[in-house]
Write a protein that binds this ligand. Structure first.
Ligand SMILES: *[C@@H]1O[C@H](CO)[C@@H](O)[C@H](O)[C@H]1NC(C)=O
Ligand SMILES: *[C@@H]1O[C@H](CO)[C@@H](O)[C@H](O)[C@H]1NC(C)=O
Ligand SMILES: *[C@@H]1O[C@H](CO)[C@@H](O)[C@H](O)[C@H]1NC(C)=O
Length: 412
């Protein structure tokens, strides 16, 4: 963390303040608050959106940067041809998959994406979502040196990456649902921790889904009526998980969801995540680094069968950043801090693996009416940090909802 903060503020007057803020807030929340430095310029965009009726504006929304990029309109002739060639190949492949899918699930979200020209060009179901040992060889090792985590392996020791991936030594780890039911649609609910869920009474509807994804400070005890009890997947980075256990302890988040049916989705945001996953499967205390001595069974329970663990592929995170969440924050000086939020990564994971997706507790237009989290004791505003672009994410969820690709839980 300190390496990043130093790079970010070298030679600036506000350096000391930034380092202190970054250190304190990353310790407490896993967020990096740079108060006053960002945000002001963003407001007009969301207020314009609040006034707008998306039905009329959805194509305008979609044509706005960044989602227009794959549409081809702003490309030069040569670039356009490249894009078209790529799209044709993609469409062929998707078509094959679609035929198979349609038989099983006529309401599949892929079908909706396929029937929408721009969405079809935006989504790629060929990108590997999860990583397993088959993804590691000399050429992949070289290729992924081009970006640091979470988008690649730059700066990571080969031994750490290889010994971790070798534990995920069969292609089942490349799939989220190994025992895929053949006969019906896979219905998923992804639960963000937004205050909109307080008093929502959505617990039963949530548990009714085949698979429920939760993330970070996912408190269920005491909030069953609003958020349900089922957890199929828990997604996190080691940093966000540990920060949530500290920051939300008083609100009841005393441990990570555990149990027979819970699986863990690691987001490989830094070396810690590889080392933690390795230790969890080996059943040993973390041997070195920032989490040295941590007992993984405290987080994930005593069942350490590798099938309980999954890890997102760096290519998938890169694709999400480039295609869907290419924030204007990436043009700013502290762009190194930016990455899609844990919630966004999990929701997009579901959108690339499930047939139907409902998102609960994600940011909506009227987020100011609700507290930051559903478990807050007193109402606290949602604060925008420089590490995520919640307003861009919010516009994207709204768009997917209005196009019928997923269902976004909203309340007046
Ligand atoms: C290396 O792995 C990638 C991804 O699994 C694969 O596409 C490629 O063919 C492999 N290369 C070699 C030389 O095995
Ligand atoms: C995968 O690794 C485990 C533990 O190292 C080993 O027991 C198992 O046989 C391996 N499976 C395959 C398919 O190589
Ligand atoms: C949660 O909802 C209850 C009842 O609807 C309300 O009284 C309370 O203030 C809400 N909590 C927060 C933190 O907004």
């Amino acid at each position: 963390m300190n390496g990043v903060s130093w790079r970010l503020c070298k030679g600036k007057a506000y350096c000391f303040a930034v380092v202190v803020l970054v250190t304190i807030s990353s310790f407490l929340y896993g967020h990096y608050r740079l108060s006053g430095l960002v945000g002001a310029g963003e407001k007009p965009r969301i207020s314009a959106l609040l006034r707008s009726d998306l039905k009329d504006r959805e194509s305008e929304e979609l044509s706005k940067s960044p989602w227009s990029q794959v549409n081809g309109e702003r490309f030069s002739k040569e670039e356009k041809e490249d894009v078209l060639v790529e799209e044709d190949v993609l469409v062929d492949r998707v078509d094959l998959r679609m035929q198979e899918k349609e038989r099983k699930c006529p309401s599949s979200l892929r079908r909706k994406i396929e029937s929408h020209e721009r969405l079809k060009a935006l989504f790629s179901f060929e990108i590997p979502v999860l990583m397993w040992s088959g993804h590691l060889n000399d050429s992949e090792w070289q290729r992924l040196q081009h970006s640091p985590p979470p988008y690649g392996w730059q700066g990571l020791p080969y031994k750490v990456v290889s010994s971790t991936l070798l534990l995920l030594n069969d292609s089942t780890y490349g799939r989220l649902f190994p025992d895929k039911p053949e006969s019906h649609c896979i219905r998923c609910a992804v639960i963000g921790n937004g205050g909109i869920l307080n008093g929502s009474r959505q617990g039963r509807a949530i548990d009714d889904h085949d698979f429920v994804f939760r993330l970070n400070g996912a408190v269920t005890s005491g909030y069953e009526e609003d958020v349900g009890t089922k957890t199929s997947f828990y997604g996190f980075t080691t940093n966000t998980m540990k920060n949530s256990l500290i920051a939300y302890k008083q609100m009841g988040f005393r441990r990570v969801p555990q149990g027979k049916n819970v699986r863990y989705i690691f987001i490989p945001s830094e070396i810690r995540d590889y080392v933690m996953l390795y230790s969890a499967i080996q059943g040993i205390p973390v041997p070195f680094g920032q989490d040295n001595g941590d007992k993984p069974w405290f987080y994930f329970g005593f069942n350490r069968k590798p099938k309980k663990f999954r890890m997102l592929h760096p290519d998938f995170i890169h694709y999400i950043k480039e295609r869907f969440l290419h924030s204007s924050l990436l043009k700013m000086e502290y762009k190194d801090l930016y990455m899609p939020s844990t919630g966004a990564l999990l929701l997009l994971t579901a959108l690339h693996t499930c047939d139907e997706v409902s998102a609960y507790g994600f940011i909506t237009d009227n987020f100011r009416k609700f507290s930051d989290h559903y478990y807050d004791r007193v109402k606290r505003p949602l604060i925008f940090y420089a590490n995520h672009d919640m307003q861009l994410e919010s516009r994207f969820w709204k768009l997917l909802n209005s196009l019928g690709v997923m269902r976004l839980y909203q309340r007046p």
